[in-house]
Ligand binder design. Structure first.
Ligand code: SAM
Length: 327
């Protein structure tokens, strides 16, 4: 995942997304089609930079009834009379894909912190589905497993010396911050979350539906606002629960501009140095470059997210959590 506000070359951005979307033949074809189509690129270039993202444009097209299929139908929609309505949806909504498979990376990262009780704060939490690492069983294929949660099973392929937890983390608080928190009890919010799943990713739809049930059973505390502005409030709520605060963010800092990414990084480094919390980051390699730079070498695929604990890279993770390589 690239920092979205840095994507000044929209054609290059869609080519990058075409690579990132290789697991969804439809979206791969759509992103490649857009990248090769100067007329469509011209229309999308009129959107604010943060709204030009393929994920958001394609989800909005599907929200307006476009079925997965050949690129030509997307082209007709974006150049046709329905474009103003699709554009409104793009401007009104956000990419808020909430992917609990990323917990297959977060949970071993939490295991590196010892066996203290943990108070979770998630920045860019969407509906807060990733605040429940203790409610799932896990299979790290090639490395180990953890069971006994009574919840759904999350799977990933794993390489390297993954620190398999002996037991589920003990969580005292689940606090999320989002510019637009989604509510798992709201039909429209749930429909948008489902629309954000790429065509062909049926397993992810099933996983999302199961995760929504897990979250509905004990909804998290979600604060509306900017992740840096609300960080202290969220930390105060978490710390009051008695657990050791852990701030985590996954596929979320990419939505900040460079200035705010630096603000976030500085704030987190200061908090960690002061012993006020731990910090787990799961972001694109170029989002907080100083984190990826602590790894001995970069992974072959540019699309791998960097998993870092307290400023140190510990793993590489496929964007939706389907693979984990521990460093
Ligand atoms: C792609 S989703 C990731 C959700 C979740 N972290 C996960 O991994 O499943 C990114 C989320 O970040 C939120 N976001 C973007 N910019 C933000 C900001 N400045 N402050 C708080 N949340 C923000 C979006 O609204 C969205 O819900």
């Amino acid at each position: 995942m690239l920092p979205l506000n840095d994507l000044t070359d929209i054609e290059q951005s869609y080519r990058f997304h075409a690579g990132e979307m290789s697991t969804s033949p439809c979206f791969h074809a759509w992103a490649s089609g857009v990248a090769d189509d100067p007329e469509v690129l011209g229309v999308l270039r009129e959107l604010p930079i943060g709204k030009q993202q393929a994920n958001l444009v394609f989800a909005a097209a599907r929200w307006h009834g476009l079925e997965p299929g050949p690129y030509e139908a997307l082209r007709e929609l974006l150049l046709g009379p329905e474009w103003p309505a699709v554009r409104e949806t793009i401007l009104a909504r956000r990419t808020q894909t909430n992917e609990v498979a990323r917990l297959t990376a977060l949970t071993p990262a939490l295991a590196t912190l010892g066996d203290e009780q943990l108070a979770l704060v998630e920045l860019g939490a969407s509906a807060g589905l990733c605040l429940y690492p203790d409610r799932y069983d896990y299979v790290w294929e090639g490395a180990g497993a953890m069971s006994g949660s009574g919840g759904p099973t999350l799977r990933t392929t794993a390489a390297g010396d993954v620190p398999i937890p002996a037991q589920a983390p003990r969580i005292t608080a689940r606090v999320g911050v989002d510019l637009n928190p989604l509510d798992v009890t709201d039909e429209d919010d749930v429909a948008w979350l489902l629309t954000l799943i790429w065509p062909g990713h049926d397993e992810r739809r099933d996983r999302l539906a199961a995760a929504i049930e897990v979250t509905r059973a004990e909804p998290p505390r979600l604060l509306a606002g900017d992740m840096v502005d609300q960080l202290d409030n969220a930390l105060a709520i978490a710390a009051a629960s008695g657990g050791t605060p852990v701030v985590h963010h996954s596929a979320a800092a990419a939505y900040l501009d460079e200035h705010d990414r630096l603000r976030l990084e500085e704030r987190m480094r200061t908090l960690v140095a002061a012993g006020r919390c731990h910090w787990i980051s799961l972001e694109g390699q170029r989002v907080i470059p100083s984190l990826a730079a602590t790894a001995p070498s970069a992974p072959k695929a540019d699309h791998q997210l960097c998993l870092a604990v307290d400023g140190q890279a510990v793993g590489w993770v496929q964007g939706h959590g389907v693979s984990l390589t521990w460093i």
